[in-house]
Structures are given as C-alpha cells and as structure tokens.
Design a binder for this molecule. Structure first.
Ligand code: GLC
Length: 548
C-alpha cells in the first residue's frame, strides 16, 4: 500500500522548467539536468504536464498522439532515461492523461472528419443545420462549446478550445483505446497518473440548453463517471499506483467516492473551490479581494468532509492554471518571504498529499505583464477580446489578465540571476518575471532561512511524523477571519497550527496547555505566547507540538 500521507508531489511544467537545447522551449533533457535539485528538495513524485505530440494550442493539453513524445520536448529515449535516472534517485514519474478530449489533429479526429463513421463515434457529433448549435453551452475558454463542420453537416462538442474535441466515453472502443495508453506508459516505468478534468468525461444522455449557467451542471460529475473510473482502474491495474483526478466544479460527495480506497477509483482529487474565493460572484474575470472567511470555511468543509467519508485530498495552492499564490493571498512586498512560508505551511500540515508547483518553493511571483503581446495562453487571449467586447478599456482588461491569466504561473523557472533566470540560453517562448535577480534557486540554496529551505523542512517532517501524515484534523478559531487555525491529532500526540493570513499583528487566545508545547516550525524567531494569548506577527505561521 502506498502511504499517501508521507508523499509530496512536485509538478513540472516542462515547457518552462529548463531548456537544455537553447530553442527557448523547456525540454526533457532540461529536467534530467535538474534531477539533483529535485532530489535535494526531498519530493517523491515528479508530475510532468503533457509532453506528447501536440499543436500546442493549449500548451500540450491538446494531445495529437498519446503514445509518443513531441520532438520539441525530446524523444522516447529521453523520457525513458528520465524515468530510469529518476528512479535511481528515489523519484517516481507521473504523467498527465488528458482523456476528456483529444486535439482535432489526432488521427482519430482526422478520420472522423474524413467521414469515417466509426471514428465519428469516438467524439460527440450532433446533426444539425449550421445556424444553431445543439445546445447553448459555453466553452470554458469563452464562446460556444460546439463547432460546426459543414462538410459533415454536424456539430462537435468541445468544452475547451475549438481544437480540443470531447471524446465519447459511452463508446466502449474509446475506453479500450485509453486503457491501452495507460498500459503503454505503465510498461515504460511510469508510476502514477494525473487525469485531466476527468470528472467531465461522462456526458448526459440527452443534451439540453442550460438557462442557469454554461452547461457544466449537466456534465460535471456526470451520470456514469464512477463506473468509467472503476472500469479504467480495474482493467489497467493502476489501483495500487499514485493517481489524482483533476475535478472541475465538483462536489464533496463525489470526491469522497473518487478517493475512498474502498471504491477503487483514484488515490485523491484536486478540487478548486478554495481558489475561487477572490472571484467576484463566482466569476473568474471579475476581481475582488479574497474572502478569508470563505477560504477558511472551504478548507474546513473539505478537510473534515473528506476525513469523515474516508476520502483523500490533494493539497495545493498552485499549478500551471493558477496565478502565483504569494501574489494572490500573500505579499510581494516587505512580507514576501514570511507570507510565502506561511502559505506553504498552511496547506502542508493539513491532511492529504501536498503538491508543489515549480517555483512555488522559491516564492515566485506573477510577472505583472503590461501588454497583450506578452501573453501566450489561449484562454487569456480569448478573454481579453471578450472583456473588450463587454466594454472594458484595454487598461482594465490588462489589469484583470495581470491578476487572473494562467500565464502568471507559466513564466520560466528562476534558477539563477543569469539571463532569463538561467532557464534558456536562447529566447524564451514567454518572458520571465523581471525579479529573477532577487528570487532564484541559486540564491536560496545558499540561504538557510530561505523559502526553499522551509519547503525542504515541510517535506521532511511529513515523512518523519505520523502526526502529519496520518493524524486527524479539526479546525479552531472558526469565527476569526484573520487566522486559519487547526489541530492535528495522532494517538496522544497533538499539533496546533496557527496561520496569520494578514499583514497585521493579530492576538488570539491560547489554551493554557500550549505553553508546554514545543515549537515544531515557524517563520519567525520564537513564539509570542504571552499569558493567555498568542501574538501572531504579520503572516506568521507557527506549529506547536505536544509529544505523547
Ligand atoms: C485542465 C488543465 C488545463 C487545460 C484544461 C483542458 O484544466 O490543467 O491546463 O487547459 O484542463 O485540457
């Protein structure tokens, strides 16, 4: 059995990690170069976002061939070498399986377009005139979710970009093809899988208009989703592997089923509710201050809910789709280091398996792009036009992108203060953030007090302490919107974790017993436990431990 609680996963976005051949585009050999760094961090798994042949309209999430490597990233021999060299260092490789859709350049879709009925049934085609799409559903990247193919007289569904056609999971042949993909990579030595937007694969029996939303309520956690996952896991024998499903607009009750070991579906789930607390009225493209009370409520709901249902959470703030967390809920100014550490400890000491997205362990920030020409992401480019169409000025639209664009996390990894942060000797496909002179791995490696060292400690103590990897969780100070506090318990041990979410000093009342606890970890000297209270300094995090 995998001890999920002891593991930490490191997410690599290969395109922006390290470019070994100087073409400005990160590659597999670049990852091989950095294995010492990754081993030094102490993580267990390396999750690579897609490196398969792809037109790159959605940076590889538009897969044209699941069983090959895009030449821009390298060769099959390179990935085999990466897998074996990682294994020798105790690092396991996880790949990203994008099974909700394929690129329209995939052979299957090309055959469908050429009129092959068998392959049309691999996708979701609907007859109709060109005037009106089958439903009013919206694509997640903006615009209608259906595209008309005049030569066929049919529409196809694409929940994402128009070049990402949704697969028809009702068709058993599709399910068999995808199982073959898993078996292929398993044989190559891959030890885990991340399943992209996997809770969207089961579409409803009948397609109807959505007059309340964009259609997602009909296909998120859809009717046959649990059946399909069980079948995939059973027939590929990945039940004992590390698997994580990315769940879009999901529900707690479904995530319990996806990740409860008895169900034999997945090891754990990514859900995004806590990353919407700064969306105004739930709208990503409309800015508001983070609602800290709601953030706390959501953590409590998911932590204690999954605990009760014997589900398992993936713990994360960052990935390649999210702006940098220190720019979002932390501070880029005087408390940059403190806030980055606090945000790390806040989730790493919870119940679940933590994920670190490249550069998060350095406190990398958003790049603050100022011109539309600096952006690359299809979603950002679409929404820029949509925002202008809604009457926003260019300046307003750019301000929204600077806070919300997925490109915020896709800028090159900051290895050193050298040109382009040491990412490439060529011209990077996307500009680096301007602060790589101050925020980089080389500087932090030499500084014992760095964010990087703090993350190493977080990873290490999770392995050392059953209290963290196995302990139960309960939330404290629920009425205080400024402090996220919880306790962990295992046998007669206890851990108290206090996180000041603000840039102000906050005083909270302390239990008398805490004065006998030992400080396990923190981002300031000492602990200001005074009389019956604790004074938390700006963005302070502190973990106090009672030994049994
Ligand atoms: C997931 C990926 C994202 C991609 C989308 C469509 O959300 O993380 O990058 O655009 O799925 O595949």
């Amino acid at each position: 059995m995998l001890d999920l609680g002891e593991k930490t996963v490191y997410q690599i976005y290969p395109k922006s990690f390290r470019d070994a051949d100087g073409d400005g585009f990160g590659d597999l050999r670049g990852i091989i170069e950095k294995l010492d760094y990754l081993q030094g961090l102490g993580v267990d798994y390396l999750w690579l976002t897609p490196v398969f042949p792809s037109p790159q309209n959605d940076n590889g999430y538009d897969v044209a061939d699941y069983c090959a490597i895009d030449p821009r990233f390298g060769t099959m021999a390179d990935i085999e070498e990466l897998i074996s060299r990682s294994e020798r260092r105790g690092l396991k490789v996880m790949l990203d399986m994008v099974f909700n859709h394929t690129s329209t350049f995939h052979e299957w879709f090309q055959k469908a377009l050429a009129g092959d009925k068998e392959y049309q049934d691999y996708y979701i085609f609907r007859e109709g005139s060109g005037e009106e799409p089958p439903t009013n559903w919206q694509s997640k990247f903006g615009g209608p979710a259906w595209e008309y193919v005049p030569s066929l007289g049919k529409w196809y569904l694409h929940l994402y970009d128009v070049t990402q056609a949704d697969l028809n999971w009702k068709n058993p042949r599709v399910r068999e093809e995808l199982k073959g993909v898993i078996r292929f990579w398993k044989e190559k030595g891959v030890k885990g899988f991340r399943f992209d937007v996997v809770n969207l694969i089961s579409k409803p029996e009948h397609f109807e208009n959505d007059f309340q939303g964009d259609g997602r309520r009909f296909y998120s956690d859809g009717p046959h989703i649990h059946e399909y996952l069980k079948e995939l896991v059973r027939d590929t024998g990945i039940g004992e592997m590390m698997t994580v499903g990315e769940m879009s607009s999901t529900h707690l009750k479904d995530c319990i089923r996806y990740s409860n070991p008895q169900e034999q579906e997945l090891s754990m789930c990514f859900q995004f509710h806590h990353l919407k607390v700064d969306y105004k009225n739930g709208e990503k493209w409309s800015l508001t201050e983070p609602d800290r009370m709601e953030l706390k409520r959501l953590f409590e709901e998911w932590q204690t809910g999954m605990q009760r249902g014997h589900g398992w959470n993936a713990l994360f703030w960052c990935n390649h789709d999210q702006p940098r967390i220190v720019s979002r809920f932390g501070d880029e100014g005087p408390y940059w280091k403190e806030s980055a550490k606090m945000l790390g400890s806040c989730i790493h000491l919870m119940q679940g398996t933590p994920y670190i997205y490249q550069g998060e362990e350095l406190g990398m920030t958003n790049p603050h792009f100022r011109e539309i020409g600096q952006y690359r992401d299809v979603e950002s480019l679409n929404y820029y036009e949509i925002l202008l169409g809604q009457g926003k000025t260019e300046e307003e639209a750019l301000q929204i992108l600077a806070a919300r664009s997925r490109d915020n996390s896709r800028t090159p990894m900051q290895w050193s203060g050298e040109a382009n942060g040491g990412f490439t000797e060529g011209t990077p496909w996307i500009e680096p953030a301007g602060n790589y002179g101050e925020i980089n791995a080389r500087m932090q490696a030499e500084d014992e007090d760095s964010i990087l060292h703090f993350y190493k400690t977080l990873i290490r103590i999770r392995k050392e302490k059953a209290l963290i990897s196995k302990g139960s969780i309960a939330f404290l100070m629920q009425d205080n919107s400024d402090v996220l506090a919880y306790s962990r318990a295992y046998r007669d041990e206890e851990l108290i974790v206090l996180n000041n979410l603000t840039d102000r000093e906050i005083t909270v009342s302390a239990e008398p017993a805490w004065s006998r606890y030992e400080k396990l970890l923190g981002n300031y000297e000492g602990c200001r436990l005074e009389g019956g209270s604790v004074v938390l300094r700006p963005f302070e995090t502190i973990a106090l431990e009672k030994r049994g």
